[in-house]
Design a protein. Structure first.
Length: 303
């Protein structure tokens, strides 16, 4: 199963859920941290890194001897990554999406390929958990290709029962790149007006991608019932509610995995996984979510 963990905004506890879920599952798990602008799952899982791979993009290189300055490459490029001037051709590699179109239309075969590094990918392990992440170079805008490289490395790990995809916060291109091909998305939110606004955007994006989703409501006791009303209206299951607990916040701030400190967190995360499996079974049988509300076995656990 490939399970996405996402949130409409940062700071909702998404990575907490992803890391503790990975540690609670008693099967072979890969955690793919796709928040390549700010990867932080490794701060909690503390993996031993085995392999570091530079990730590059192909970029065009123009041979001035062959170029006739015809302008076909500039006309084709939608990203303004290539400009034909009266006496030369300029390329702007930071804007290039490596589509290859300019080389295809060049009548003089003047374009060959170079490469530029956009970041690096790391793969490692913590006990039975395999961890993959990516780190985008500072100022680099091309997150989706690096996210694709992280997803590919996670998919290439053999004999893996569950892949957890920790998506970046928000609803932009990197989130979409992270969530393609996942079986189910757990959206982590909090019951505040800001939380609801961003959650609504995230739900709309995930539904547009055709992926079933459910909610985890973090700090469920600090806000109001708007999330429940929204979930009811959208026919979304609330898979788990997590009350605020100062002891938990302190352990989190120190970079500890909560399942290592609080046994009830392991039960809670396992309950979350079972709730997802139930939802997928319902979806495959054609039934809609049976009941709006938290799964009983997870709701009773307080952290
Ligand atoms: S590879 Fe595509 S994006 Fe890059 S310069 Fe050529 S046409 Fe533009
Ligand atoms: S399409 Fe080829 S020949 Fe024409 S301007 Fe671009 S690089 Fe030069």
């Amino acid at each position: 199963m490939i399970l996405g963990i996402a949130s409409g905004k940062g700071g909702t506890g998404k990575t907490t859920v992803a890391c503790n879920l990975a540690a609670a599952l008693e099967c072979s798990v890969v955690l793919a941290d796709c928040d390549v602008e700010e990867p932080n799952a490794h701060l909690f899982l503390k993996p031993h890194w085995d392999v570091v791979t530079p990730i590059t993009l192909d970029v065009p290189v123009v041979d001035a001897q062959k170029c006739t300055l015809c302008g076909a490459c500039q006309d084709l490029c939608q990203f303004k990554a290539i400009a034909v001037l009266p006496e030369t051709v300029l390329t702007f590699h930071e804007l290039c999406h490596s589509c290859g179109g300019c080389a295809l239309v060049c009548p003089a075969e003047a374009i060959s390929w170079g490469s530029r590094q956009i970041g690096e990918r790391r793969t490692g392990r913590r006990g039975p958990i395999r961890v993959v992440n990516g780190t985008l170079r500072i100022g680099e805008a091309m997150a989706p290709p690096l996210i694709g490289a992280v997803r590919q490395a996670a998919a290439d790990i053999p004999n893996c029962a569950v892949v957890l995809v920790d998506a970046p916060p928000g609803t932009s291109c990197p989130v979409v790149a992270s969530l393609w091909g996942v079986d189910y998305v757990v959206l982590v939110t909090e019951p505040t007006p800001f939380g609801l606004n961003d959650l609504a955007l995230a739900v709309a994006a995930v539904k547009k991608m055709g992926i079933p989703c459910g909610l985890v409501v973090n700090r469920c006791d600090v806000g109001d019932d708007r999330i429940h009303t929204f979930a009811h209206g959208e026919n979304l299951p609330i898979l788990l509610e997590i009350p605020f607990d100062r002891k938990v916040a302190e352990q989190y701030a120190q970079g500890h995995l909560l399942v290592d400190v609080f046994p009830e967190w392991k039960t809670m995360m396992q309950g979350l996984y079972k709730a997802v499996v139930r939802e997928l079974e319902r979806a495959s049988s054609g039934a809609s979510p049976k009941e709006w509300g938290a799964a009983p076995e997870t709701r009773e656990v307080s952290a």
